[in-house]
Design a protein around this ligand. Structure first.
Ligand SMILES: [Zn+2]
Length: 74
């Protein structure tokens, strides 16, 4: 399941809703109340599916694993 995100200038990206489908020009997503909405793909920075550095769940330095877990190993 992918989440449709919208870039925000004032803080972390907003989670618009769950991805339903997408066409060449539009991304359709389901709102929390069950309604379906869509956004234009042309605004790349505004709407995206993969976590960007501004998203709350963006993985930072995932290649190094979890540094806090290493401390527990002898
Ligand atoms: Zn983002």
């Amino acid at each position: 399941m992918k989440t449709v995100r919208q870039f925000s200038r004032v803080g972390p990206c907003l989670m618009l809703g769950e991805l339903v489908t997408q066409t060449d020009t539009r991304i359709f997503y389901r709102l929390r109340d069950g309604k379906t909405a869509w956004a234009m793909k042309s605004s790349k920075l505004l709407v995206h599916l993969e976590p960007c550095p501004s998203c709350r769940d963006h993985e930072r330095g995932s290649s190094s694993g979890r540094p806090w877990a290493k401390a527990a190993q002898g």
